[in-house]
Design a protein around this ligand. Sequence first.
Ligand code: ATP
Ligand code: MG
Ligand code: MG
Ligand code: MG
Length: 339
Amino acid sequence: MKKRILLLAGGQSGEHEVSLMSARSVLAALPRDQFDVTAVVISKQGRWLPPTDTQRALETGLSVQGGDLVLHRAASAEGYDAVFPLLHGPMGEDGTIQGMLTLAGIPFVGSGVLGSAVSMDKVMTKQVLASAGIPQVAWRLAVRREWQDRPEEVRERAAELGYPLFVKPANLGSSVGISKVHDATELDAALDMAFGLDRRVILEAMTKHKPREVEVGVLGNDAPIASPVGELSFEAEFYDYKTKYTEGHAQMHIPAKLPKEVSERIRELALQAFKALDCAGLARVDFFYVAETDELLLNEVNTMPGFTTTSMYPKLFEAAGLSYSELVTRLVELALEKR
Ligand code: ATP
Ligand code: MG
Ligand code: MG
Ligand code: MG
């Protein structure tokens, strides 16, 4: 019997469009002799679109208004063997959808409520990984209310870290809302932007030198494996939205040209982080490597990384001998094994 798969795409976060791109690739790659696949696009307003509107959204990248509220559709999702929540950012990668599917008793691809929620929040991630002894940059948390009522305290936290520093919404992705703050004169605007997108904001020290950016894929449930290490290079000051999604602005190098010992350290730390955060299925673990000081710092863990055929995560496993379509098949198997 073919497995009935529900692929969820779009969603309410700033990464809606990125999710639609990933979904087109996954839809084309799930082997039809094994799977009966239905796609549902979730609009930016959080409505689950009917088939014709879903089709249009996938083709044009535009999701119209309308459709059902999430709770109406949760019950009908029961007709599926597994759900592939190919959603990035809040209301998709953060444990919310995962909680609904858990309540409904439907297996799904990727991390559960705990792993998703903790990994989505950059502050919670840092706290958990610090207690697991994983090296990271220095950081401070600020919440919106503090910025409104006691801005001097927040500015003081930034001063403690020193400049340049990074300001980020705690729960987002694709570099949306992230600023590199060169000195104190740029701080307020960066905080205003980040707080416009999230209640929680993280301030991060920058590495002493511009770091090399290396990423590794992790695949599995309780006995995960790590892919080869990949590296990104680009001209921009940091890996911002435009650099990520404009053709030709960033180059991917797989495997990364690193001493074997460094690659092994990266893969080992990625597996440790995956376990410490209680991730499942897949994650892309991103690091900074400062060659000058031979320093390795874990930047973040993405529990639903970009998933087009040219995205880093599938490319890393392709280098390990797993084709894109074998990879998505494996992810569905892992979802079914997880219960
Ligand atoms: P993703 O799309 O991978 O989910 P994201 O939106 O979660 O990304 P980060 O990976 O935290 O954001 O940061 C985006 C980019 O900003 C990094 O890839 C890096 O180029 C730069 N950056 C972020 N934090 C630092 C830091 N502390 N020091 C140096 N560069 C940084
Ligand atoms: Mg991220
Ligand atoms: Mg992300
Ligand atoms: Mg990142």
